[in-house]
Design a protein around this ligand. Structure first.
Ligand SMILES: Nc1nc2c(c(=O)[nH]1)N[C@H]1C(S)=C(S)[C@@H](COP(=O)(O)OP(=O)(O)OC[C@H]3O[C@@H](n4cnc5c(=O)[nH]c(N)nc54)[C@H](O)[C@@H]3O)O[C@H]1N2
Ligand SMILES: Nc1nc2c(c(=O)[nH]1)N[C@H]1C(S)=C(S)[C@@H](COP(=O)(O)OP(=O)(O)OC[C@H]3O[C@@H](n4cnc5c(=O)[nH]c(N)nc54)[C@H](O)[C@@H]3O)O[C@H]1N2
Ligand code: SF4
Ligand SMILES: [Mo]
Length: 706
C-alpha cells in the first residue's frame, strides 16, 4: 500500500488556507489544515475541509452527460456520452447557431470559483477571441464589480484595492462585512477574527457598520453600528462632511497627490450628519464620533464589502471609502490602508482608460466591467428580439439561484438552443442544460494562489500539484474549452506537442525572480515575500496618467445627482417598510455546499427569514411561523426565525437555496430551502449603471403570515 501526504491549498474563499491531504493508493483519505503552512499556519474552516466530502460525493458529475428529453421539462433526463461525441455535437451546434444569428448569439456566464483557478482566464480568453463570443457575464456583477469600476475611476486601475493594515492599526472601520463568517474578501487573511482580536488587545478600536449585530463582534470584538441597509453612501458622506468641517482634511497631502477635490467637497456638503441621521438610522452624535475617531486616531483603516457593494450605489460607497482614507492621510500609511505588489505588479495589470466606457444598447447606455455585462440583464438578453443570446456556457456558476429573478431566468433558458454547463455537480442551472461537462475539483488541479496578489497582509505565493489526478472522466476547464476549440478547427493548445499551461504564470513569477521550478524547491512550495513597505503608493501603485488620485471622477456626475434623488426617496419612505438583506453563515457557500449531509443540521436544514422581535410582534408571527414574502419582483414562502441581531425594519435570508428541482443533488433536494433571489430586482434599472453591480440589499418586501 502506498501512503503519502500532499500539501495543497483551499480554493473556496479569499483566505487560501493551506491544507494537507492524505493519499492512500491514489485515493484521498483525509484532509486537514496545514499546521506547517508559513502564512496560514494551520487555520481552516469546516467548508474548506468539506472539499474532501465534495471530492468523494456520489452525486458528482463524473462523465459528460447529454440531455435526451426536451428542455421544457423541469427534470432533465441525461445519458452518458463520450468526450469526443459531446465535443463534436457542441461544436457543430455553436457553428450552426453563430452562423444563423451571428457571434453575439454565444454567451458565457462564469461563476465565483473560477476566480480561484489560475488556469482559467487565458483559456477563456482564447475561446472567446476565436469564437467571437463577447457576451460575457460573471458572478462579479452580483458581488463586487462596483469596486472594479471605482478603482478604475479613482486610481486608474481595477486591481488596486488598499487593504487595512490590521496588525498595526489604531482604528478599523469595517462596513458591510462579516469576517467571522465570510473570512473577508478583497483581502486574503486566514482567521481574520484572531487578527482583529489581537489588534483590539493592542488597543485598536474596531467598529462594524452593519444592519445586523454580526457574529464578528461576539466575544467582545469591536462594536456594531447598526445602519439601515442601502444607505452607506450617505453615512460615509456624512463622516467626511464632519471631518471637513472640523478641519480634518490633510490639505497638504491632498494637494500633492489628489485632484478634483472641490467636487468631493460639494458632494459631501449636502450630507451633514444631522440631515443624514434619520435616513441611515444612526444618531448624528454617533456619526460625528466615527468621524472624530477616524481623524483622531494615530492611524485609521477601513474596509468595505458585499453589504455595501450590493446596495444601489456601491461605486459611490467605495469612492468615499477611498476618500476617507486619503483625505485623512491614512492611505499608504502604516496602520492605515496599504498596498502591496505580491509577486506581480498587481495594480499595473488592471490599468484602464475610463474615457469612452459607455456604448448604446437596446437596454440604454451600457458598459462592461472587466469584460462583463450586467448579470441582471442575462434573461433580457436571451429573450431580446434583436440579437438574442441563443447558446450559453455556464462555467462554475449557478445563475439560476445566484442572480436576481429566478422565475425570469428559468423562462428565458427555455429560449436557448444550447446550454452547456461545466461544473462539478448537476446543479439547479445544470438541470436546464443540454450538456453537463464534468470538471475536476480543487484537489484534482494544480494551481497557484494568483487571485489575492496585492491584497495579502503577508504576501506569499504557493504552487500546489494536483493531490490526485481527476477521477473518472472529470477534466479541467482549460482542457474542455481547448477540446471544443480543437473540434471547431480553431487554434487549440491540444494541437501543440508540448502544452505549457503555466507559461503566463512563470512570466508573472519572474517579476519576483521566481519560477514554478523554484517554488517547487521551497518548503510547502511557498515563497514568502517581503512584508509591505509603505510610501510607494503614489510612485508605484497608482495608475492614473497624471499620478493623481481623482477625488471626484467626472464619470460619477450622473450617479451623484441620482444620489440626491434616492436620498429623498429614502427620506420619504413609508414608516414600517421592511427591507431585505442577505446573510451568509458557516453552513453555506453561495449555492454550492448543499449536498453535504453533515452541514444540514439544526436550523441549517432550511433558510429561514430572520425577523427582529418587534417586527415579529407587529406581524403577529413567531419562530416557526410560515409567512409569505413578496414584492413587485416575486413571492416566496419561508419559515420565521425571530432574531434580535437584526435592526428593526430589516429582515434577512441566506441566498443560494431553492433546490426543489435540483434532481442531480440528492441531499440538496432533501433540504431544498427557498430561493430568496426570487425577490431581487432584475432587468434594466436593477443594477448600478456605473458598475453593472446588481441591486441585492435593502430590497423592500411585504410579509404576511400564512
Ligand atoms: N441574494 C444574494 N445573492 C447572492 C449573494 C448574496 O450575498 N445575496 N452573493 C453573490 C456573490 S458574492 C457571488 S460570488 C455569487 C456566486 O454566484 P455563482 O458563482 O453563480 O454561484 P456559486 O454558488 O458560487 O456556484 C459555484 C458553482 O461552481 C461549482 N464549482 C465549485 N468548484 C468548482 C470547480 O473547481 N470547477 C468547476 N467547474 N465548478 C466548480 C459549484 O458546484 C457551483 O455549482 O452569488 C451572488 N448571489
Ligand atoms: N460561509 C461563507 N463564507 C463565504 C461565502 C459564503 O457564502 N458563505 N461567500 C464568499 C464570497 S463569494 C464572498 S463575496 C464573501 C463575502 O464576504 P462578506 O462581504 O463579508 O459577506 P457577508 O458575510 O454576507 O457580509 C456582508 C454583511 O453586510 C451586511 N449588510 C447587508 N446589507 C448591508 C448594507 O446595506 N450596508 C451595510 N453596511 N451592511 C449590509 C450583512 O448583514 C452582512 O453581515 O464571502 C465569502 N465567504
Ligand atoms: S476560510 Fe476559506 S480558504 Fe480557508 S478553509 Fe475556509 S473556505 Fe477554505
Ligand atoms: Mo462573492
Amino acid at each position: 500500500m502506498s501512503k503519502k501526504q500532499m500539501t495543497t491549498f483551499c480554493r473556496i474563499c479569499d483566505a487560501f488556507c493551506g491544507l494537507v491531504a492524505d493519499v492512500e493508493d491514489g485515493r484521498i483519505t483525509g484532509l486537514r489544515p496545514d499546521k506547517n503552512h508559513p502564512v496560514t499556519k494551520g487555520f481552516a474552516c469546516q467548508k474548506g475541509l468539506c472539499a474532501f466530502d465534495i471530492h468523494h460525493d456520489e452525486d458528482r458529475l463524473n462523465f459528460p452527460m447529454k440531455r435526451i428529453n426536451g428542455r421544457n421539462e423541469d427534470q432533465g433526463i441525461f445519458e452518458q456520452v463520450s468526450w469526443d461525441a459531446s465535443a463534436k455535437e457542441i461544436s457543430d451546434k455553436i457553428k450552426e447557431i453563430t452562423s444563423k444569428y451571428g457571434q453575439g448569439a454565444l454567451g458565457v456566464y462564469f461563476g465565483n470559483p473560477v476566480a480561484f483557478n489560475s488556469l482559467f482566464f487565458p483559456p477563456l480568453g482564447s475561446f472567446c477571441l476565436q469564437t467571437g463570443c463577447h457576451r460575457l457575464f460573471g458572478a462579479a456583477t452580483q458581488d463586487c464589480s462596483n469596486k472594479f469600476a471605482a478603482g478604475e475611476a479613482i486610481f486608474g486601475t481595477n486591481t488596486l484595492h488598499p487593504i487595512p493594515d490590521i496588525s498595526n492599526t489604531d482604528y478599523c472601520l469595517i462596513i458591510g462585512e462579516n469576517p467571522k463568517v465570510s473570512k473577508m474578501t478583497f483581502i486574503s487573511i486566514s482567521d481574520p477574527i484572531a487578527k482583529l482580536k489581537s489588534a483590539q488587545k493592542r488597543g485598536a478600536k474596531i467598529r462594524f457598520v452593519n444592519p445586523r449585530r454580526i457574529e464578528s463582534s461576539d466575544d467582545g470584538v469591536g462594536e456594531v453600528i447598526q445602519v439601515k441597509p442601502d444607505t452607506d453612501v450617505y453615512l460615509l458622506a456624512a463622516i467626511l462632511c464632519d471631518i471637513k468641517r472640523t478641519g480634518g482634511f490633510r490639505e497638504d497631502i491632498i494637494s500633492e497627490h489628489g485632484k478634483n477635490l472641490n467636487g468631493l467637497k460639494e458632494f459631501i456638503k449636502d450630507y451633514p450628519p444631522e440631515r443624514v441621521a434619520p435616513v441611515v438610522g444612526i444618531p448624528s452624535e454617533t456619526i460625528c464620533e466615527i468621524a472624530r475617531d477616524f481623524m483622531g486616531a494615530e492611524s485609521a483603516s477601513i474596509h468595505m464589502s458585499t453589504g455595501s457593494n450590493m446596495g444601489r450605489q456601491g461605486t459611490l460607497c467605495y469612492w468615499l471609502v477611498q476618500m476617507l482614507s486619503f483625505v485623512t492621510g491614512n492611505l499608504d500609511k502604516r496602520g492605515g490602508n496599504i498596498c502591496l505588489s505580491g509577486f506581480i505588479p498587481a495594480a499595473k495589470i488592471g490599468k484602464t482608460d475610463v474615457s469612452n466606457l459607455f456604448f448604446d444598447s437596446p437596454f440604454g447606455e451600457m458598459r462592461t466591467v472587466m469584460g462583463c455585462l450586467p448579470g441582471n440583464l442575462l434573461a433580457d438578453m436571451i429573450t431580446a428580439e434583436k440579437d438574442p443570446i441563443r447558446a450559453l456556457f455556464v462555467i462554475s456558476g449557478n445563475p439560476l439561484l445566484t442572480v436576481g429573478g429566478e422565475q425570469k431566468l428559468r423562462k428565458a433558458f427555455k429560449d436557448l438552443e444550447l446550454v452547456v454547463c461545466l461544473d462539478i455537480y448537476r446543479n439547479a442551472t445544470g438541470e436546464l442544460a443540454d450538456y453537463l461537462l464534468p470538471c475536476a475539483d480543487m484537489l484534482e488541479r494544480s494551481d497557484i494562489n494568483l487571485l489575492e496578489q496585492g491584497m495579502q497582509p503577508q504576501p506569499y505565493v504557493q504552487f500546489v500539484d494536483a493531490v490526485v489526478p481527476p477521477c473518472y472522466e472529470r477534466k479541467e476547464i482549460w482542457w474542455i474549452l481547448a477540446r471544443i476549440e480543437k473540434e471547431m478547427g480553431l487554434n487549440s493548445v491540444l494541437n501543440q506537442d508540448d502544452v505549457n499551461l503555466y507559461g503566463h504564470l512563470n512570466e508573472m513569477l519572474s517579476h519576483s525572480d521566481l519560477s514554478l521550478e523554484k517554488l517547487k524547491s521551497l518548503p510547502s512550495q511557498t515563497a514568502v515575500l517581503p512584508k509591505p513597505e509603505v510610501g510607494r503608493f503614489f510612485a508605484d501603485h497608482l495608475q492614473t496618467e497624471d499620478k493623481k488620485i481623482d477625488c471626484c471622477p467626472k464619470l460619477f456626475e450622473e450617479a451623484m445627482k441620482k444620489a440626491a434623488v434616492i436620498f429623498e426617496e429614502l427620506n420619504n419612505e413609508p414608516k414600517g417598510q421592511l427591507k431585505l438583506i442577505s446573510l451568509r453563515n458557516r453552513f453555506m457557500h453561495n449555492s454550492w455546499f448543499h449536498n453535504i449531509e453533515k452541514l444540514k443540521k439544526g436550523e441549517h436544514t432550511v433558510n429561514p427569514i430572520y425577523i427582529n422581535p418587534n417586527d415579529a410582534d407587529r406581524l403577529n408571527v413567531k419562530t416557526g411561523s410560515k409567512v409569505d414574502i413578496s414584492n413587485e419582483w416575486g413571492r416566496i414562502t419561508a419559515t420565521v426565525s425571530v432574531d434580535d441581531r437584526l435592526r428593526q425594519g430589516v429582515v434577512a435570508m441566506a441566498h443560494g437555496w431553492g433546490n426543489s428541482h435540483t434532481f442531480g443533488m440528492k441531499i440538496a433536494r432533501k433540504y431544498p430551502g427557498v430561493n430568496v433571489n426570487r425577490l431581487l430586482p432584475s432587468g434594466p434599472g436593477s443594477y448600478e449603471k456605473l458598475s453593472n453591480q446588481a441591486h441585492m440589499t435593502g430590497i423592500p418586501v411585504e410579509i404576511v403570515p400564512r
